[in-house]
Design a binder for this molecule. Structure first.
Ligand code: ADP
Ligand code: NI
Length: 215
């Protein structure tokens, strides 16, 4: 694949910006999401540079990491895109993708504005399931000092994004609350297909986990 210089600039900037990020949302996550997105785009189309830029930058502005402040991160994202010499209209499109892909407990209901957005959202969701998904969930749980599992705490149905974000439940509950739903939420047929073995892996993992726990 021919390398777009603008994407190389973005790679370097994202790497620098996410240096101290929590490992589940670090530069390697951005790279994996970008690879997933490139694979989906091969069959689903969309403008490749827009997809790559949005995939690499999607977590730079995550409000989880700036105490709910989305403005700082979005400004940073915009500056990186300007530095890489994306045009104003492209920057607008990329920012729009980033603002619309977040899961937020399934309450981010602005809709999917473009095929590029659908692809990047699917690519991000693929990285939340499978073996990487398991590793990221427990890593995030550790970061928040959550219990691995507690049979006395049932998985929850959250009423809104805020409740979802504030939940302190054990990490295994997150599998039921979010991860096992993702396969059904894929926008594109290609991502749905890619999700299948990863979904099966989650089921197998839960099964083995509960067996070893002694349920
Ligand atoms: P988004 O950033 O798309 O809104 P989330 O913040 O819900 O999505 O989750 C991003 C990733 O962070 C998840 O896929 C998972 O790996 C991890 N994560 C988020 N919340 C939890 C949680 N309560 N328990 C374990 N992992 C979590
Ligand atoms: Ni992400």
């Amino acid at each position: 694949m021919e390398v777009d210089k603008r994407i190389t600039t973005i790679q370097n900037e994202v790497k620098r910006t996410l240096q101290n990020a929590e490992c589940g949302h670090d530069y390697s996550h951005a790279v994996r999401v970008c690879k997933n997105a490139e694979q989906i785009a091969k069959t689903e189309g969309g403008e490749l540079a827009i997809i790559q830029a949005a995939a690499l930058l999607h977590d730079v502005s995550d409000e989880k990491f700036s105490n709910g402040n989305t403005i700082i991160g979005l400004k940073l994202t915009e500056n990186i895109l300007k530095k890489a010499k994306f045009k104003a209209a492209e920057i607008k499109k990329i920012i729009e993708i980033i603002q619309n892909i977040s899961y937020k407990g399934g309450f981010n209901s602005n809709g999917i504005p473009s095929i590029e957005c659908a692809i990047v959202q699917d690519a991000d969701r693929l990285d939340a399931i499978g073996a990487i998904g398991v590793a990221r969930a427990f890593h995030y749980g550790g970061f928040k000092n959550r219990e691995l599992y507690n049979p006395e705490i049932e998985p929850q149905d959250f009423a809104n994004a805020d409740e979802y974000r504030k939940s302190n439940g054990p990490t295994l509950n997150h599998f039921y609350e979010k991860l096992l739903k993702l396969k059904y939420l894929m926008n594109t047929p290609t991502a749905k297909e890619m999700a299948e073995p990863r979904h099966q892996f989650l089921l197998q993992f839960i099964d083995e986990f509960l067996k070893e726990w002694g349920k």
